[in-house]
Design a protein around this ligand. Sequence first.
Ligand SMILES: Nc1ncnc2c1ncn2[C@@H]1O[C@H](COP(=O)(O)OP(=O)(O)O)[C@@H](O)[C@H]1O
Ligand SMILES: [Mg+2]
Length: 321
Amino acid sequence: MQSLLDRKLLFITGKGGVGKTTMAATLGLLAAQEGRRTIVVEVGEQSRMAELFGAAPAPAGDETRLQERLSSISIDPNRALLEWLQALGGRVSGRLLASSGTFQYFAAAAPGAKELVSMVKIWQMTRAGRGRRSHDLVIVDAPATGHALGMLGSPQTFGAIARVGPIAGQTRHVEELLKDRARTAYVAVALATEMAVTEALELQAGLERQLDRELSAVIVNGLLPRRFSTAEMAQIAALEQNGVSREDARASGMSAGEGRTIAAAAARAARAVHERSRFQHNQLARLRRRSFEVLSAPFVWGEGIDLEAVQLLARQLARKL
Ligand SMILES: Nc1ncnc2c1ncn2[C@@H]1O[C@H](COP(=O)(O)OP(=O)(O)O)[C@@H](O)[C@H]1O
Ligand SMILES: [Mg+2]
């Protein structure tokens, strides 16, 4: 199978808060470490990438250098649409567009317009530009599933109406790129919960419907390790029921009653950890029955995800790619 990173475009989506941005950073780091010139595109008003890598963020629409071979850029779909309208209109001044409600009116009346101009920008990044080499890999940290499908469907929804300006020709290129298995891969990020897994499967269905495409991989994020074997769980159950022997309790400076209480509490805690991880692995099994690759990323303990955590995740993922 073609490696996930061996494409022009990786489109990452999934339910809100499941770790899309974290995985975009992780895959970006990995690709750059392997020698690919990589750019991570953040869609919307976020610019988390610069913060994560401790770089001074460039103004929206400009590339920020994160480290060797790795950069990021953020696309604001509203701004992208405004720029497109200005370029198209020429006569219509930017101020008029921004102030008169024309823009809002247009944005509301032309579904898919913002999404399509954003997709055109992304397509352009996969190609060499004026005086600039192309990136080897463009990773899109896309919005949550529904919105992401809106972006992917925009060549059909808006492309059909946009018959003027340069965008008419570009629409076809965007569509070709999105449909091309060799150049574009789709990755869903999911937590190992029933809802997130269901949403990943819905994404798969949406890709098939809209583009005749499929997910290349699902990354199950925040996975807890399986700590106990079946035999150990049997011992833990016995401990929960019987507590510890009087001798063992005394050896730890406790009365038999205290020993029983503490042993039962510890056993309950161990069982809770086990049950949670078992549930997660069952969700993983639900995904494994499908045709896409299933990768997992561990839960990283600490105060949120920092660069060190991303490096750790990249090392873990590298072994599975
Ligand atoms: N593997 C992980 N282990 C621990 N925390 C994580 C992990 N992945 C993401 N997080 C945390 O979960 C939250 C959401 O992650 P984020 O990547 O911003 O998700 P999204 O982009 O899908 O909204 C963040 O606070 C992030 O630090
Ligand atoms: Mg995000």
